[in-house]
Design a protein around this ligand. Structure first.
Ligand SMILES: Nc1ncnc2c1ncn2[C@@H]1O[C@H](COP(=O)(O)OP(=O)(O)O)[C@@H](O)[C@H]1O
Ligand SMILES: [Mg+2]
Length: 334
């Protein structure tokens, strides 16, 4: 069990020892299997700050994002938003809260109604939440589209008539329409060309700073996460294995898994870290290894790692690591 992180009154979003278990069937005749998609995580997001979440596919990032928005109920632990428990999805209290927290994900066409023009899509949440009168809404839609860099002639187009990057801008305009305090962005630029990614990410961080929006920014792309985040959490098989300041964490990763991820980032010139290639089976949450879930792939595992699950411990004010071998004085030689 990871220790609960102390929250201050000022925190916007807090997850405390949150787990999410899915019951799935294995094959036609197989019995049901419990998948601990998220396995006891705690974090706090402060207003206006971005928490980046990185990790391989299947490690529980999207589930964490849905838990943070109340779209998914925790099996264990609890989620608070603006100091109050997250109301269950679908209730009037939760619907009311939805204008304060929005989700942006990778699939822009799936996020939009193909029958509505871009301007109509952006106006929709204003209608739903009864914000402004007709002319105020029109002004607000125009301002939002301008803010995300879309032209008035693009506002009258339909989703399939825009490029992926333009559609993601429109999705963002709609997410921003209700003045949210929190945006959960789940791989928001992963489907876009690299050159377009940078533009959309820059626009997103500019708007976030100007409006003081907090973000949970989920991506498997460490470079993007480093660029946008105030804090970074690295996930492995449903748990946070390392958390800290992005520059420090990427310059001096401590957990062997983080070291492997960072060593794989393509960089020009000589590497700071030798390339660490992970061996062993890719992680499978339906068949989680005992002890530290990373131990079968860990180049420095000791016998204790097979038995005891390491808690996420603070090494100093700026870094937490879940590894038996991590300590402030002796960084792990991998
Ligand atoms: N609705 C669901 N039902 C059953 N299993 C799920 C469900 N959603 C996610 N999972 C499983 O939980 C694990 C974590 O998934 P996810 O949160 O989507 O990871 P990520 O976003 O990091 O790729 C995966 O093994 C996935 O198959
Ligand atoms: Mg995902």
């Amino acid at each position: 069990m990871s220790l609960p992180i102390l929250t201050t009154d000022a925190s916007l979003l807090t997850l405390t020892n949150v787990a999410r278990v899915y019951h799935t069937r294995r094959g036609l005749l197989g019995g049901s299997v419990d998948v601990r998609a998220v396995d006891g995580i705690s974090f706090t997001v402060m207003p206006g700050q971005t928490l980046g979440i990185v990790g391989e596919s299947g490690c529980g990032k999207s589930t964490t994002g849905r838990l943070a928005l109340g779209l998914e109920q925790p099996t264990e632990g609890h989620v608070t938003f603006e100091g109050a428990p997250m109301p269950p999805a679908g209730t009037a209290a939760w619907r009311d809260l939805r204008r304060r927290m929005q989700l942006v994900f990778q699939d822009t066409l799936g996020a939009m109604d193909r029958r509505l023009s871009i301007a109509e899509q952006v106006a929709e949440p204003l209608d739903i939440h009864g914000i402004g009168d007709k002319s105020e809404r029109a002004d607000r839609v125009a301002a939002l589209l301008r803010d995300v860099g879309l032209r008035p002639d693009q506002a009258i187009r339909y989703p399939h008539e825009l490029s992926g990057g333009q559609r993601q801008r429109a999705v963002l305009a709609r997410a921003l329409a209700t003045d949210p305090a929190l945006l959960v962005c789940d791989e928001p630029v992963s489907a876009l060309d690299v050159s377009i990614q940078a533009q959309v990410v820059n626009m997103l961080t500019d708007l976030q700073a100007a409006r003081g929006i907090a973000m949970v920014f989920i991506s498997h792309d460490l470079k993007v996460v480093r660029q946008v985040s105030h804090r970074v959490a690295v996930m492995y098989l449903g748990r946070i294995v390392e958390e800290g300041d992005p520059d420090e964490l990427f310059a001096d990763p401590i957990h062997p898994y983080t070291r492997a991820l960072v060593s794989a980032i393509p960089v020009p010139g000589p590497r700071l870290l030798p390339r660490i290639v992970l061996t062993g089976d890719p992680p499978n949450p339906a068949d989680r290894p005992a002890g530290c879930a990373f131990h079968p792939r860990c180049p420095v595992a000791v016998p204790a790692c097979r038995v005891e699950t390491p808690a996420l411990r603070k090494l100093d004010d700026r870094r937490s690591v879940a590894c038996h071998l991590a300590s402030t004085n002796s960084r792990i030689a991998v």
